[in-house]
Ligand binder design. Structure first.
Ligand SMILES: *[C@@H]1O[C@H](CO)[C@@H](O)[C@H](O)[C@H]1NC(C)=O
Ligand SMILES: *[C@@H]1O[C@H](CO)[C@@H](O)[C@H](O)[C@H]1NC(C)=O
Ligand SMILES: *[C@@H]1O[C@H](CO)[C@@H](O)[C@H](O)[C@H]1NC(C)=O
Length: 350
């Protein structure tokens, strides 16, 4: 059954994204009191600003399209998926990082991000990059819970966490080119074991509604194409790496169904990032994109993090680029992805 549904999705992407008929519009969004976010740079709103790592984006030109052109630590020119979803759900306009010094009570009650750029499910990934591992992100969540309880009381805190939308988005940093090239599929199972363990830990801490993102088409990330030394005029997504992402995603769908069955009262939903991104890459003009195989920052082939800095020139119109830097999507891409997730993953909570 799950397979049939997946098969139908690509055909419908266009309709899902751009159908604005009343039938779709009149459905009210599901209600969540708060949003809690775990993962890597796809969802880190600035936790790395306050730790000792090279994986930072709290300087220009990051944040070029963010309100006030502010570099916040988000690895894009603007807002990320959790920000767009929090807006769509009428929770708030942006999800602050947990490590932000001194955030308000309102921010605490409506949720934060524990994510850390450069991190992954695998502890080795985090050790290499010196960022906040998933177990540490869960520790931070324990702290958060303690603070929330002391602010609103035990019962209300439980209700907020039980009702919160949890977003988990990570995995890409774990998977090295070597693993993809040698088709090391046992490593996928290792990661999926981590997915089971972390979702269970969050469940035990009171979370009930979770969205877990799959992998993007890794072979289409500009940096991956560059690593294969493709000449600029003939850059193409790397087929085998994309197959690897797809195989992982297929297994993740099954894993999440199993986890949901085991954890009674939970709703654990797969977020498909792969298909909408591939659709954008194959039909860029439908999305207003003119460039899909290099980033807007610098040459677009290699720049990310410290290489995309205040001295690096950028393209004039980031909204025309699918990628902001050589690894991370632009705000426009995140906006389209959010729109897609709203109509697919989020609608499963209705
Ligand atoms: C919190 O931030 C405000 C300004 O945003 C500042 O005036 C205040 O001193 C800060 N409080 C602490 C404890 O850092
Ligand atoms: C978590 O809380 C403990 C005790 O309240 C504190 O020592 C620790 O620094 C906190 N950690 C974070 C990441 O906030
Ligand atoms: C990778 O391995 C899996 C299982 O071992 C196999 O089904 C798949 O076809 C392989 N993919 C490639 C690109 O060789």
């Amino acid at each position: 059954m799950a397979n049939i549904k997946l098969f139908l999705v690509p055909v419908c992407i266009w309709t899902i994204l751009f159908n604005t008929s009343n039938a779709t519009r009149s459905r009210p969004p599901p209600k969540f009191p708060a949003i809690l976010v775990f993962g890597d740079s796809t969802v880190d709103s600035g936790n790395n600003n306050d730790i000792d790592t090279l994986f930072k984006a709290n300087f220009r030109p990051y944040g070029k399209s963010y309100p006030g052109h502010t570099p916040t630590g988000r690895f894009s020119n603007g807002r990320l998926i959790p920000d767009f979803l929090a807006s769509a759900l009428n929770i708030k306009k942006a999800v602050p990082p947990f490590l932000k010094p001194n955030f308000s009570d309102h921010e605490l009650v409506t949720g934060v991000s524990f994510a850390s750029s450069g991190s992954g499910y695998d502890d080795e990934t985090n050790a290499v990059f010196q960022v906040i591992s998933f177990p540490k992100q869960i520790d931070m969540f324990r702290n958060y819970t303690a603070r929330l309880k002391s602010l609103v009381g035990e019962r209300k805190a439980k209700r907020i966490i039980g009702g919160a939308l949890v977003i988990i988005s990570t995995g890409t940093n774990d998977i090295s080119t070597f693993k993809m090239d040698t088709n090391d599929t046992r490593y996928q199972d290792f990661l999926l074991n981590k997915v089971q363990s972390f979702t269970k830990q969050l469940y035990d801490l009171g979370c009930r509604s979770m969205i877990v993102a799959g992998l993007p088409p890794i072979g289409c990330l500009p940096i991956q194409m560059t690593n294969k030394q493709q000449p600029p005029s003939r850059r193409r997504c790397l087929h085998n790496q994309n197959l690897y992402s797809k195989a992982y995603n297929q297994k993740l769908v099954n894993t999440l169904l199993q986890v949901q069955t085991k954890l009674s009262g939970s709703k654990i939903v797969y977020a498909d990032i792969y298909r909408p991104l591939i659709h954008m890459i194959h039909h860029p003009r439908k999305y207003g994109f003119v460039e899909t195989n290099k980033g807007c920052c610098g040459t677009g082939f290699v720049e990310t993090g410290p290489l995309c800095n205040p001295t690096t020139p950028t393209c004039r119109k980031p909204s025309r680029f699918l990628f902001w830097d050589a690894v991370h999507p632009s705000q426009s891409t995140y906006w389209y992805l959010s729109k897609y997730l709203k109509k697919t993953a989020l609608s499963k909570f209705l």
